[in-house]
Design a protein around this ligand. Structure first.
Ligand code: TRP
Length: 364
């Protein structure tokens, strides 16, 4: 059986470097590895609406932002299908049938849903659509017969829920759906990049993100203003590397050969860190190095984005074609699901024949 990838993002804003090291870069590598037969990258607008139903304009305008970020980071429409979730109506249909296989208490136990309910102050009144989004996510994954879902560990409960749905479905209706596996990030920096302010997570609402689309001068301002070790006041003071976002970014982004080029007094990151710990290495110097490192990664992305921005209709065409391919695949799965569930009445000559026969003999 072929290996198939499905993954995606909610289009609630532009993607930042945290998304990039955490998932986007990996997707591009997986795409180029040649190890997968089909790759679907989904802009999950319908899921985004489950907690943004009152602001569809936000979702609508961010679809193109995410698509531009995808393609400028290296996702290639010749190698993967980029699609818009809401336009694959088969997904909604699958969701409805899967709802029969999940209990309310099981959804309430989903840890990701639990913490999101708290985050959004939904405790007293949870919208049904939001509550059911793990079921819709199971539809996303199974519609494409995905074997592999590259995602962060926060998505683990969604995969667990999906596997349960797959098991129930296959047990009740016969072997139809494919059980997916999560593909977790390989190292801790891919798991979570802190914000420029040192807070645990980059988040748009905290204003502590470096976006893939940020121009060079904006990145410079953000990097030079980054939080470091608050006790490292003078250059000669010893500094802390642990929990210092400047060093965390360096661990996530710097390559050994960049030291020779931009900071030749150090052979590698270890030596730079040791100097910082001892004292005598100023923040400004480390930040300037980080800026060079980041720009090396971001420059080609910015250039590609700039080119893509010149022909926005072409980017929508990519999404349209990706969505058409996705509908084709999801349509096949939906047909198999309906046939397994015995709700394919018009495609079932045996049903019509046997009912006709029954009435023919009754009315003899
Ligand atoms: N829940 C994911 C997120 O918040 C987005 C998503 C929707 C997704 N459907 C998916 C991820 C299916 C992986 C597989 O980022």
């Amino acid at each position: 059986m072929g290996k198939i990838i499905l993954t995606g993002d909610r289009p609630t804003g532009r993607l930042h470097v945290g998304h990039y090291v955490g998932s986007l870069k990996r997707r591009v590598e997986l795409q180029n590895s040649g190890n997968f037969d089909e790759i679907y990258i989904m802009i999950a607008d319908a899921q985004a609406l489950t907690d943004n139903w009152d602001n569809p304009e936000k979702i609508r305008t961010n679809i193109i932002e995410v698509a531009l970020d995808y393609m400028s980071a290296g996702l290639d429409p010749a190698k993967c299908h980029m699609l818009i979730q809401s336009q694959v109506t088969e997904l909604t249909e699958l969701t409805f049938y899967y709802m029969n296989l999940v209990t309310v208490s099981r959804l309430q136990r989903n840890p990701t849903v639990k913490s999101e309910i708290q985050l959004r102050n939904f405790e007293t009144s949870i919208p049904v659509g939001f509550f059911c989004y793990p079921i819709s996510q199971a539809a996303d994954i199974t519609a494409f017969k995905a074997t592999t879902v590259p995602a962060g560990e926060d998505q683990e409960p969604m995969l667990e829920q999906t596997r349960e749905i797959v098991h129930s479905f296959n047990r009740i209706y016969g072997e139809t759906l494919v059980e997916p596996e999560i593909l977790l990030p390989e190292n801790k920096y891919q798991m979570r990049l802190p914000g420029t302010d040192g807070k645990a997570k980059m988040s748009k609402s905290l204003g502590n993100c470096i976006y893939l689309a940020d121009p060079e001068d904006v990145v410079k301002k953000k990097v030079m203003g980054m939080f470091t070790d608050p006790n490292h006041l003078r250059v000669q003071d010893p500094g802390r590397v642990e929990g210092n976002p400047v060093f965390i970014y360096l661990e996530a982004f710097s390559k050994p050969e960049q030291f020779a080029e931009y900071a030749p007094e150090y052979a590698n990151l270890q030596e730079m860190e040791d100097h910082y710990r001892r004292g005598g290495l100023g923040d400004v110097k480390v930040k300037k190095f980080l800026l060079n490192v980041l720009n090396e990664e971001l420059d080609p992305i910015r250039k590609r984005r700039h080119e893509l921005e010149k022909d926005i209709p072409a980017v929508y065409d990519v999404l349209k074609e990706g969505t058409e391919a996705a509908r084709e695949k999801a349509g096949q799965t939906l047909a198999e699901v309906k046939s397994a569930m015995r709700i394919n009445y018009f495609d079932d000559p045996e049903l019509i024949r046997s009912q006709a026969e029954k009435y023919a003999s009754e009315n003899k």
